[in-house]
Each structure stands twice: as structure tokens, then as C-alpha cells.
Ligand binder design. Structure first.
Ligand SMILES: Cc1ncc(COP(=O)(O)O)c(C=O)c1O
Length: 337
């Protein structure tokens, strides 16, 4: 089979293999006032787990999406509970949704186990835990299960498709569509409401299919991409947009922590296009990218004479050490195939 067909077959297999049967999740609100708290019970076949959420992000009134990157070769967090906040997976298993994760280790581990054999050498999965408010009851309906649902799925990381970005850098374009403002819907919550980001990315890709969108916020400052946070470096100082306007991604936080350890001056602040055009370096962070250099923004190159620039490179090295996986090499290894 050609590599692309193989990949598609894998995705299909993976999807079929993880479809849960029958009622699979019960979420019981314990308190709807004050600090929200929920009992969540997840069951696939004979595997069940239960936990209590106290995190407001787990409120089942919308659709939330949690992701980690799981390696075919690494340990799973369920088998190393003491290390639940440490990077045990191949590429970037640095997860902050501990409560959810601890509540669904059995099901997540089961999904990974069922699909592990489909991974080729050096490949990793995106393992996602998605919480939705589920099907609402309507007269005449006859579903087996109503109410909130958790879906755990895994798909292979697009290593081949993205390899070039780790060689050349990403071309970023800011679309005309602005990021949803926090007074309409908080971008700080990780959720399935991606339409704003999807439409913005389509606008950019219609002009340049290889470019990645990074949206501006309603004030014209840099915000974030469809699944990534942005950083600039100027005169040795690292900056990123303020948390009020973006999802404070786990890779963004890991990068900020590493900058602290490396004594790289850092600030969260409003960054406009002037800041971007006069920056020396720029990079994106995300669970799947970890850190990837940006080559241009709206066609303008950055001050540093190479991508990734020297500060970005330092952070990449520290990140690599932190997650115990050379993610750049992992991507670059797919360049020729
Ligand atoms: C809107 C948005 N911003 C940023 C990110 C990056 O977050 P993380 O580093 O946790 O993957 C994501 C992740 O999917 C996202 O959806």
C-alpha cells in the first residue's frame, strides 16, 4: 500500500477499534452552584473508571476537548500514576488535564492499547478525550443514552505532512477574521467551538494552501492559530499574547517555564503587527508541534538569519530534553517519505 493509503486505513481502523458500545459515560452534577463538581464514570466493555471533577472547565454545558500526544513506545500515565504530570510519552505528553486524565486512565489506556499495533516505527498518536453534553432528549427519540458523553480517540500525528515546516519554518498569515473576543466566548477555555478558527484558516489557505493562520484579536493584536500559540523574540526578549485573548496552551506554558529556567527575559503582552514585523524570531507552540519556527508573517521575514533563530533553538533543545523525545528529528525523519 502507498503510505497515504496506509495512513487512511490506520485512521479508519483506529476509529472502528475505539467505538464504545452502549451507554458509556455518566456525568452526575454534585453541585451546580458555587464550585462545580461532577462525578464522571466512563465505561467501555468491562473497563470502567470513575472520578470527581472540580475544575470549572469540566462543566458539561459545552463541548470540551483534551489532548495529549501518546507514543507507541512510551509508557502510559495510567501505568505510572505517580508521574502523572511528567512527560512520559514520546513526543509531548505534558498534560495539564490531570483530573480528567486520572478519571479516564482505563479507557484512554485501552484505546491506546487497541491501536498501538497500528503505529509504525517512530510514529505517535494524538490521543484525545472529548467531552460533549451529548444528545438531548426530544419527544419520540429512543436513544440508548442521553446526556454528557466522553469520546476517547487516537489518530496518527501528521509527521510527514508537517516535516517540511521543521526544515523551512512555517509561513504565517493573519486573516481578516478576528479571534472571538473574550466578552463573547472565552478563548481561554479548551472547547470544540472551532468555527471562528476554521473559517480564518480557510481564508488563509485559499490564498496560500501551505500557510498557517494566526488570528488577530478584536484590538488588532496577535492572538493565536487554529491549534497553536505564537511567540516573538526581539533583542533576546521573549513575548507572547496575553492569556485573556488566547487559549493558554500547555505547550505555551511549558515554553514559558523553560524560558524562566534558561533565564530568557519574558513577558505576556499585547503584540501588534509592528511588533511582529520588527521581531528577530517567531515560533508557534502546540501539543503536536511542541515548538516550530516561523519563517515569515504576512510575507515578511524575521530579523534572525536562520529559522529557527538562536533563542527558539535554545528553547527547542530544552523542550526536547523535557519531553525526552527529539521531536524535530522525529518530524525531519519523514521528509523523504
Ligand atoms: C485555540 C488553540 N490555541 C492554542 C492551542 C495550543 O494548545 P496546546 O499547547 O495545549 O496544544 C490549541 C490546541 O489545540 C488551541 O486549540
Amino acid at each position: 500500500m502507498e503510505p497515504k493509503e496506509r495512513l487512511r486505513a490506520r485512521v479508519q481502523d483506529a476509529t472502528l477499534a475505539v467505538l464504545p458500545e452502549g451507554p458509556n459515560v455518566e456525568i452526575t452534577p454534585r453541585s451546580l452552584t458555587g464550585a462545580p463538581s461532577f462525578d464522571v464514570r466512563v465505561q467501555v466493555g468491562s473497563v470502567a473508571s470513575q472520578t470527581t471533577f472540580q475544575d470549572s472547565r469540566a462543566l458539561p454545558n459545552s463541548s470540551y476537548f483534551y489532548e495529549v500526544v501518546a507514543s507507541g513506545n512510551g509508557d502510559s500515565p495510567a501505568s505510572t500514576p505517580a508521574a502523572a504530570n511528567t512527560p512520559t510519552f514520546g513526543a509531548a505528553a505534558y498534560f495539564y488535564q490531570q483530573q480528567l486524565w486520572q478519571g479516564t486512565p482505563a479507557i484512554s489506556e485501552d484505546v491506546l492499547e487497541r491501536n498501538r499495533h497500528l503505529l509504525g516505527p517512530g510514529e505517535d498518536y494524538w490521543l484525545a478525550q472529548r467531552i460533549s453534553r451529548g444528545v438531548s432528549r426530544a419527544p419520540g427519540d429512543n436513544w440508548d443514552h442521553y446526556g454528557p458523553n466522553v469520546i476517547v480517540d487516537c489518530v496518527p500525528l501528521p509527521l510527514r505532512e508537517r516535516a517540511r515546516l521543521f526544515r523551512d519554518g512555517i509561513d504565517v498569515v493573519t486573516p481578516s477574521l478576528r479571534r472571538t473576543p473574550p466578552d463573547a466566548l472565552s478563548p481561554r477555555a479548551k472547547m470544540h467551538q472551532y468555527l471562528n478558527l476554521v473559517l480564518a484558516d480557510r481564508e488563509v489557505k485559499a490564498q496560500n494552501p501551505d500557510a498557517w493562520a494566526v488570528l488577530l484579536d478584536v484590538n488588532g493584536n496577535l492572538a493565536e492559530g487554529q491549534g497553536s500559540n505564537i511567540f516573538l523574540v526581539r533583542d533576546g526578549r521573549l513575548t507572547t499574547p496575553r492569556e485573556r485573548y488566547v487559549l493558554p496552551g500547555v505547550s505555551r506554558q511549558a515554553t514559558i517555564d523553560l524560558a524562566g529556567q534558561l533565564q530568557i527575559p519574558f513577558a505576556e503582552q499585547d503584540l501588534d503587527l509592528y511588533d511582529a514585523y520588527t521581531a528577530d524570531e517567531c515560533f508557534l507552540t502546540s501539543t503536536s508541534l511542541c515548538i516550530c519556527g516561523v519563517r515569515s508573517l504576512n510575507g515578511r521575514k524575521f530579523g534572525a538569519d536562520r529559522v529557527p533563530g538562536p533563542i527558539t533553538q535554545k528553547l527547542i533543545e530544552a523542550y526536547t530534553e523535557m519531553v525526552g523525545c527529539d521531536f524535530v528529528a522525529q518530524y525531519l525523519a519523514r521528509l523523504d517519505g
